[in-house]
Design a protein around this ligand. Structure first.
Ligand SMILES: Nc1ncnc2c1ncn2[C@@H]1O[C@H](COP(=O)(O)OP(=O)(O)O)[C@@H](O)[C@H]1O
Ligand SMILES: [Mg+2]
Length: 453
């Protein structure tokens, strides 16, 4: 616009001056005054022409420079997004893109305590799982935990975060690679549990291999990342299976980062009944040993094809309810030498189970669920034991306090039992914790805020 205006002024000036010279020639003839006016006019015309030429040259070189910068910028952007892709860094998605990819959130994949997951296809054809995190404040916390833990770690047995979408006032989304076989719970428990989701009965060999996969992923999180990452929600629903039935650890909504020099962190009690380590239930802080406890619980569920804690006699009066605690049964059968009696019936019927492997897996599981956290092996050690690189000794007896804790949880709802049960929990805590760990005198017991499953 500026250029056009300057050109118009210049051309108008030149034309006016030429007209003025012609008029002066007619009126003043070839007088001295005419020559003076004519000289001055021509000088101004030349100056204007020179200005026009210089200006157009300047504009041309500026445009050239600009176009070079733009193309360099584009190249830089392409290079940057290529680097992000190669480095596996997550991309920011727009809400519209996710809406389109999931066909307006139609294809339901699964649901947990905090999110709903949908299948989607991105523009480039990549199949993804889009996790919509519910809840405003808690959602924000879980979104941050998940991104902080998973955004810059890479391992074949850890879920890979492809992108995210977060705008104020809107639900937050995480975009993951899609695993067509869904989660482990659908492949070890009975059909009743899985509703309409894809699943079946995973063979013993595949279960054993998944056990090693998860152990490797947890070992990486605990030992090989810059800061120690605690998953804090290890359970079959949070273990995905890829197309070759390899185990992938997912769902980092409750995870915590921990300094390498820290021995434990205090965190609010949230997680799933049946997988929470006693020290967490008694609010004495968590460490990587709490993940190891949950992992041991998962191993037992994989062996038996049933939940570790289940209600066998329901009753309106909570104190009359009867619980079955599978780890106690396994422990007893192992000591009686009748371990095959606790293995998933469907696997036993199919045959081909290596009894030595069953014993090894169960022994590792019973080591992992030791109530004294210091007795539990590290995940690196677990990998070695499962791979048969080191011998697995018989695990010591453990009191399996969780049964008592569950009964307290039931009775604690009754006002007359309140103080008594808390004292009971505190007494058990004293027995339970390692003597070198700090304990508080008032162990509040907060099972009621734990998600049932
Ligand atoms: N990448 C994925 N591919 C396929 N299914 C998935 C994927 N991620 C999650 N799911 C399904 O969705 C369920 C809930 O996902 P999860 O991340 O555990 O959410 P929450 O934090 O609410 O527990 C899982 O148990 C699983 O069945
Ligand atoms: Mg989950």
């Amino acid at each position: 616009m500026e250029d056009k205006k300057a050109n118009i002024i210049a051309v108008t000036t030149v034309i006016s001056l030429v007209i003025f010279i012609i008029v002066a020639r007619v009126c003043l003839k070839l007088s001295r005054a005419f020559f003076l006016i004519c000289g001055a006019g021509i000088a101004v015309i030349l100056a204007v022409l020179a200005y026009l030429i210089i200006r157009s040259q300047y504009n041309r070189s500026r445009k050239f420079l600009e176009s070079r910068l733009v193309s360099e910028g584009r190249e830089l952007r392409i290079e940057y997004s290529f680097l992000r892709k190669v480095a596996g860094l997550p991309t920011k998605f727009r809400y519209r893109e996710l809406e389109e990819a999931t066909d307006n959130f139609q294809s339901f994949l699964g649901q947990g305590a905090s999110a709903t997951v949908f299948k989607g296809i991105l523009n480039d054809g990549t199949a993804v799982a889009v996790k919509r995190i519910n809840g405003e404040e808690r959602g924000e916390k879980e979104f941050r935990s998940e991104v902080a833990a998973i955004a810059n770690v890479q391992h074949v047995n850890l879920v890979h975060l492809l992108g995210y979408c977060s705008n104020p006032g809107e639900p937050r989304f995480l975009v993951y690679e899609f695993f067509p076989n869904g989660s482990l719970d659908c492949w070890i428990f009975t059909r009743k549990e899985r509703l309409n989701r894809r699943g079946g009965c995973l063979s013993w060999n595949l279960r054993y291999r998944v056990a090693i996969d998860i152990a490797k992923a947890l070992s990486y999180l605990h030992h090989d990342c810059r800061s120690r990452i605690l998953h804090l929600d290890v359970k079959p629903e949070n273990i995905l299976l890829d197309e070759n039935y390899r185990g992938i650890v997912a769902d980092f909504g409750l995870s915590k980062l921990m300094g390498k020099d820290q021995s434990r962190v205090l965190t609010t009690l949230r997680g799933t009944k049946g997988y929470l380590a006693p020290e967490w239930l008694l609010e004495q802080g968590v460490s990587e040993k709490s993940d190891i406890y949950s992992y041991g619980m998962v191993l037992l569920e994989m062996t038996g094809g049933c939940r570790n804690v289940c209600l066998i006699e329901d009753n309106k009066d909570r104190s009359e309810r009867k619980w079955q605690y599978f780890p106690k049964i396994v422990n007893q059968k192992m000591r009686e030498g009748k371990l095959m009696e606790v293995v998933d019936r469907r696997l036993v019927e199919d045959g081909g189970i290596d009894e030595k492997e069953v014993r090894r897996l169960v022994c590792v599981a019973l080591w992992c669920i030791q109530e004294k956290a210091r007795l539990r092996p590290s995940m690196a050690r677990v990998v070695e034991m499962l791979e048969g690189r080191v011998a697995v000794e018989e695990p010591p007896e453990t009191r399996m306090i969780i049964v008592d804790l569950l009964s307290i949880d039931d009775q604690d709802q009754r006002p007359d039992h309140h103080g008594h049960n808390r004292r009971h929990a505190a007494a058990m805590a004293a027995h339970l914790v390692d003597s070198n760990l700090p304990t508080t005198s008032t162990h509040s017991f907060a099972m009621s805020i734990v998600s049932p499953r």
